[in-house]
Write a protein that binds this ligand. Structure first.
Ligand SMILES: *Cc1c(COP(=O)(O)O)cnc(C)c1O
Length: 421
């Protein structure tokens, strides 16, 4: 029996209506940009397995580091002990994070990094004896699937059934260059009516919303407003972190820096699950007290897993190398010329790119999980390219090590797909 057949007996996949779509493709190998299925077919991983494996799958440099770490120290509790990989990772991260970030807190995945950030903001004010219980977030944001993270995400198929159980969140539109004043007025009204603890946002680029890009100046104005009103700003850089936008972090494009940041996905180079919530020193200081209950009692068993830390350290070493930085520039340039070539195509409504991300909106009705999406997905797979359209948006977020030839194949495949739209 194939993997595909055996899978159907006991497994339950995420984001899937099994009754309509019971099949899952069996993948047996991944190397560089290429995924190989159990029939031996190859696919270019043009979304880097959900934006994680930016230095390529089974990258030898990273695998070697992880293997030696496994032989030295596999795991130890992080509540009572510390170790070289965690210490070293904190040092390396602080070097590349925005200058105001100074504390590194470990989590297991993007959702729990967000969950921690929300709890940090709430408890920061609780410890001060101030009750602030509301958050502000962007419409159409996506921050993960645990309860706090679901609450701050825009309403969708992800959190609809749980709406009655979510924490209080007020939503504002993303800045588009002409709505600054409306947003600022809305913020003033919200702060006069509610006790706001924090504002959480995907800086510049909203992934699940369809790789939409918003205005950096407008975002900066919102962040300044938050600063002036004691609202802690939380940058969810789970997707945008580690070079995706052409800089180490999307927050590097914006003058006002966040108080708290959430990191995951490319953090461990696609090899192991781990996440980090970083913050300014003054947030950390808000938890210092002779009273033990003022500490941050949020913990995951595998916090700061040394093997995952080793993958992350190796990833940062690659990210900061000239080779990867040059690749990011090359990918941006190739995206740009493809965008110029395709933007006036009659089937295309709009295009945008930022860093290694390129998105095209099709001139069709928006259907998140509709028939067209399935047809496109099949077209791409038949051509040996793994792309996962979001509604009527086709987007690319390629590993930094993609060759020019592979990238051109991805672009050409998208261009050819317009004939079936
Ligand atoms: C993927 C993602 C998350 C959730 O991360 P998980 O590891 O899937 O829990 C949160 N925020 C953003 C911006 C993401 O892209």
């Amino acid at each position: 029996m194939t993997l595909q057949e055996r899978d159907k007996k006991h497994l339950w996949h995420p984001l899937k209506q099994h009754q309509l779509n019971p099949e899952s493709l069996g993948i047996v190998k991944a190397k560089g940009c290429i995924l190989t299925d159990e029939q031996g077919n190859e696919y270019i991983d043009a979304i880097a397995s959900w934006y994680t494996c930016m230095y390529g799958h089974c990258n030898d440099f990273i695998v070697d580091r992880v293997y030696s770490q496994m032989q030295q120290l596999d795991h130890v509790m992080f509540s009572d002990f510390t170790h070289e990989p965690a210490v070293k990772l904190s040092e390396e991260l602080i070097k590349i994070l925005p200058a105001n970030q100074n504390r590194i807190y470990f989590n297991d995945n993007g959702s729990t990094a967000v969950e921690s950030s929300i709890k940090m903001a709430l408890q920061y004010y609780f410890n001060k004896g101030e009750k602030r219980s509301t958050f502000i977030a962007f419409e159409n944001g996506f921050h993960g699937d645990t309860f706090g993270a679901m609450s701050v995400s825009g309403l969708s198929v992800y959190n609809g059934p749980f709406e009655d159980f979510l924490i209080e969140v007020k939503r504002i539109p993303t800045p588009n260059g002409s709505n600054h004043n409306t947003i600022l007025d809305q913020l003033k009204t919200l702060t006069s009516k509610h006790k706001i603890a924090g504002f959480i946002y995907e800086p510049l680029l909203q992934g699940a919303a369809g790789m939409t890009i918003h205005d950096a100046n407008g975002l900066n104005d919102i962040l300044k407003f938050c600063k002036d009103n004691g609202i802690l700003s939380i940058a969810d850089e789970v997707m945008t972190g580690f070079g995706k936008t052409g800089k180490y972090f999307a927050s590097d494009h914006i003058e006002t820096k966040p108080d708290i940041m959430c990191l995951s996905k490319a953090l461990t180079a696609g090899l192991l699950p781990m996440a980090i919530t970083s913050c300014r020193e003054n947030i950390y200081e808000g938890f210092l007290s002779n009273d033990i209950t003022k500490g941050f009692f949020h913990c995951h068993t595998y916090s700061a897993n040394p093997v995952a830390c080793a993958a992350a350290i190796a990833g940062i070493e690659l990210l900061t190398s000239n080779e990867i930085q040059d690749n990011i520039k090359r990918i941006q340039a190739t995206h740009k010329s493809f965008e110029a070539k395709i933007k006036d195509h009659p089937k295309i409504k709009g295009t945008r790119h930022l860093g290694v991300v390129l998105a095209l909106d099709l001139n069709t009705k928006m259907e998140r999980y509709g028939h067209l999406r399935d047809k496109l997905l099949k077209f791409f797979m038949d051509r040996g390219v793994f792309l996962r359209p979001l509604g009527n948006t086709i987007y690319i977020q390629v590993p930094y090590i993609i060759t020019e030839q592979q990238l051109e194949k991805v672009h050409k495949t998208i261009e050819d797909s317009l004939a079936i739209v």
